[in-house]
Write a protein that binds this ligand. Sequence first.
Ligand SMILES: [Zn+2]
Length: 228
Amino acid sequence: MGSKSDKGGTGNKGRPGRTRRAVLFGGLGVVTAAAVAGRDELGQAWWLVPGVSKPRKDGELDHAGASWTAASPANWRLADRPADYRVDRIVVHVTQGGFKSSVDAFKNPFHRASAHYIVGQDGHIEQMVRELDVAFHSGNRSMNERSVGIEHVGFVNRPQDFTDAMYEASARLAADVCRRYGIPADRKHFLGHSEVPGADHTDPGRHWDWGRYLRMVNEAGAAGPQKA
Ligand SMILES: [Zn+2]
């Protein structure tokens, strides 16, 4: 699960005492900057300009094997990856809760955390944040910006929670992510939440079989793109 400490760029909209004039002027500032600066100079803010961000539809999926439930917009940040942030890491999590409570947590606007995917013990995959966007899953802003977060339903101290079906589904999902962004399936590019700099979480814990998982990701990658 993500940490509550990562509030990642929710902005200062609606700040008390801010006048309407200031809001208008602020808005003009963005448009002027966009008109003057090229997309590269504007860097990671270019998509803030109205009409520039890529069109997207609610319910659109990145992984053919997934279902969709939208996380609350309070739990992630609009972006346009990999155009604005390079995606080169996958962060592995364990939910410390059941499937439904994890989905409900990400739908809850007060939870302040989400992940792109939740993988169940039966191999079901729920996507809750588009890979275009920054999910708040690792408690580290720059890691969130460069990574896809995958939650696995279970508890770190229960090895029986990490089922064959879960490993297989997650490996196919991760292989798909790796293929689309050109990420090598190795321990440099795959991190546990506990390995993220500054993390105060222990997931996925010592029962997560990294050797097995990465072998399966590489096998799934060699087998080619996943079909629905
Ligand atoms: Zn976690």
